[in-house]
Design a protein around this ligand. Structure first.
Ligand SMILES: C[S@@+](CC[C@H](N)C(=O)[O-])C[C@H]1O[C@@H](n2cnc3c(N)ncnc32)[C@H](O)[C@@H]1O
Length: 264
């Protein structure tokens, strides 16, 4: 059976706050900026997989506040960032200044709206980390390939974006999103004639919240969980939290795939 992977992606992404509206990311900028420490294991493992050296020009799509931009800019000659969220960019600029880096330029646009030739030139390396938030993913990937001179690196969740237990709560024991991003993207690329490499990064995250209510509203907003599922959500939360030092920690073992290819 032939699967239309681009259509599968579209169905799965449509209607999600994080895709529809860039203000979702504006509202998350401060939190994302504070998450660098808890993602340090992931950051280290991602950087080990990116082949970048001095003289390299890097294009980073969806940089956020610069978790990868800062270490990349310390090694590369130049980094160009594509980031549609003004709030993310504001914090990225503060972070760059703190690190004394002046080799990063910014384009405040969605990747879909960026034109190669007009907005950017081709770069040696193109990176998109946890930022494939485009509905027309085929066009977005083709543009990434066109923007790269030597390598494209994608970091995509190797698990469903919404944990299975939460899917069961939201969708009444039917879990409709049983494909993770890496399965869709890898197959789509293959069908497009891009024979990519893939490897999985395992990492642990302990995300701190001031209290249970803050965690609850974060999960409801992130996964569009309706109020009517309050009780089930409460049970899920109780199984995934640890409390210490007046804070609540949401604990998960997570997986991200590195999907990369060399320009042919
Ligand atoms: C989950 S964050 C990832 C940040 C960073 N790359 C990291 O790995 O820590 C996703 C980022 O992608 C950006 N983004 C959202 N839609 C985008 C689009 N259509 N094109 C480019 N970036 C986008 C968001 O504003 C946000 O900064």
């Amino acid at each position: 059976m032939d699967i239309d992977w681009a259509e599968t992606w579209k169905r799965y992404m449509q209607g999600l706050n994080r895709v529809k509206d860039v203000s979702f990311w504006d509202s998350r900028a401060a939190r994302d900026n504070g998450n660098w420490k808890i993602l340090s294991e992931l950051t280290k493992k991602q950087l080990e997989r990116i082949d970048v050296d001095f003289g390299c020009k890097v294009l980073e799509i969806g940089s956020g506040t610069g978790r990868l931009t800062i270490p990349l800019a310390k090694v590369a000659e130049r980094v160009t960032v594509i980031e549609p969220s003004k709030e993310m960019l504001k914090l990225l600029k503060v972070n760059l200044k703190k690190h004394g880096l002046d080799n990063v330029s910014f384009i405040c646009k969605r990747w879909e709206d960026v034109e190669i030739g007009a907005d950017i030139d081709r770069h040696d390396i193109v990176i998109a980390s946890l930022s494939l938030l485009m509905i027309d993913i085929r066009d977005a990937l083709l543009k990434m390939d066109a923007a790269a001179k030597s390598f494209v690196y994608l970091f995509v969740p190797a698990e469903s974006w919404m944990p299975f237990e939460l899917q069961r709560i939201v969708f009444d024991n039917k879990a409709p999103f049983n494909l993770s991003d890496h399965i869709i993207i890898y197959n789509l690329l293959d069908g497009m004639g891009i024979k990519a490499n893939i490897s999985i990064i395992n990492y642990k995250v302990e995300q701190g919240f001031n209290n249970l209510e803050e965690l609850r509203s974060e999960l409801m907003n992130m996964y569009n969980i309706p109020e009517s599922k309050e009780e089930e959500l409460e049970n899920y939360i109780n199984q995934h939290v640890d409390s210490k030092d007046d804070s609540v920690y949401y604990i998960r073992n997570k997986k991200v795939a590195t999907i990369w290819w060399e320009k042919t």
